[in-house]
Design a protein around this ligand. Sequence first.
Ligand code: UD1
Length: 384
Amino acid sequence: MRMLAIAGTRPEAVKLAPVVAALAREPQVKPLLCLTGQHRDLIAGPLSFFGLAPDFDLDLMEPGQPIGRLLGRAIAAIDEVLVKARPDRVIVQGDTTTALAAATAAFHRSIPVAHVEAGLRTYAARAPFPEEMNRRAIALMADLHFAPTPLAKAQLAAERLNGRVFVTGNSGIDALFMVRDRLAADPALRAEAEAALAIPPGRRLVLVTAHRRESLGAPFLAICEAVAALAKRDDVEIVWPLHPNPALTAAAGEALRRAPNVRLVAPLDLAAFVHAMTRADLILTDSGGVQEEAAALGRPVLVLRDTTERPEGIAAGLATLVGTDPERIATAATQLLDAPAAPRPADIYGDGGAARRIVDGLMGRDVAAFAPAPAGREPLRTIG
Ligand SMILES: CC(=O)N[C@H]1[C@@H](OP(=O)(O)OP(=O)(O)OC[C@H]2O[C@@H](n3ccc(=O)[nH]c3=O)[C@H](O)[C@@H]2O)O[C@H](CO)[C@@H](O)[C@@H]1O
C-alpha cells in the first residue's frame, strides 16, 4: 500500500514525522513524503532530526507570493505528484495552505484523504486566517479524521461529515517527547541548546513567538509594546525566535532595539526550542503547536490571540487567552512571574501514542482511543 504524506511548513514536519516513521515500520506499506516548500528553510531541521528525507520536493515558495497563488500552484504541482506516485491514500496534517492544496488535489483524483489533527475549530472564519477555513474545508474532503482530543471529535460529529473519526492525541506531543528524551540522553545536545540560549545567571527566561497572519500590523506592534514593557524588569531575559518574515523582523527590531535584555533571534532548531520551553519561566505565543507543547511540559503560557482552537489548555488553567492589548499582556505576565508555580505537565493534548493510533486507523485496525488525563501529574525531571 502506498501512502503519501504531504507537508509544507515546520509544524507539519514536526507533527507528521512520528506518523511517517511509524508507517515505515508497517511491512505492507510504502510511505512516501512530499514537501511543497512552503517553509523551505524551517522544515529541513525537523526532518533531519527525525531521519526523514522527502521523495518529492516541489520548492513552490516565491518571495512575497500571495497565499491564493501559492494555493493554486500547490494544487497543480501536487496533482502531478499524485500521477507519478500513484498513492492509495494521501495524508495531510492540520490547516496550512499545503494541507488544503493536498487534500483538494487528492479529492479531485478520488484518492482517499486522511486528516491528522482534525476537528480543531474557533468558528471564526478569519481567526486564524486562513487556517480556520483550511481545516474546515479539509474535513469535507477527508474520509479518515484523526481528532487529537475528545472535543475535536465532538466538533466533527456536529458537522455530519463523511468517514470515520478517531481520537488519537496530537502527534506533535509524540514528537515533543522524542525530542525531550533525546535531550535527556545526550548531554552534548543539551549543552548546545543551553549555549544557544545564553541566559545570564540569575535571570528568568521569557520565551516569545508570534507570527500569525491576522496579527500582522497593529496587533504585532502591540505585542512588541508589551514585550518592551516586560523588559523593564531586570530579572528577565526575553528570547524571541522570529519567524523569517521581513515585515515582522523589521517591526520587532525597531520596537525593541532599546531593550538590552530582549534578544530577537533566528528560529531555533527544534531541540533548542524544546529545551528553551522546558526551561522557560513564561511563554508568550500565538502559535498553535507551542500551546500544546507548553501544556505537555507544564510551562505557563499567555496566548497572544483573541480566540484559540485549543481551549483545553485554557479550561485546565494551563494557558490564558490575553489577546494583543499591551497592558493586558504585561499585567498577566507580571502576575505569573511574581507568583511562580511548580511545573504542571498535563496530558490534555496527547500522551505520546498518537502516531501508533493513527497508523492503526490507517491500516483498518481497531484504535484504542486517547483519553486525556487532567492536569497535575508529577512534574517532569528538569533538563539541564
Ligand atoms: C494557530 C494555528 O492555526 N496554527 C497552525 C499552524 O501551526 P503553529 O502555529 O503551531 O506553527 P509554528 O510555526 O508556531 O510552529 C510550531 C512548531 O515549531 C517549533 N518551533 C517554534 C519556534 C522555533 O524557534 N523553533 C521551533 O522548532 C515548535 O516547537 C512547534 O513544534 O500549523 C499547524 C500545522 O498544520 C497547525 O497544527 C496549527 O493549528
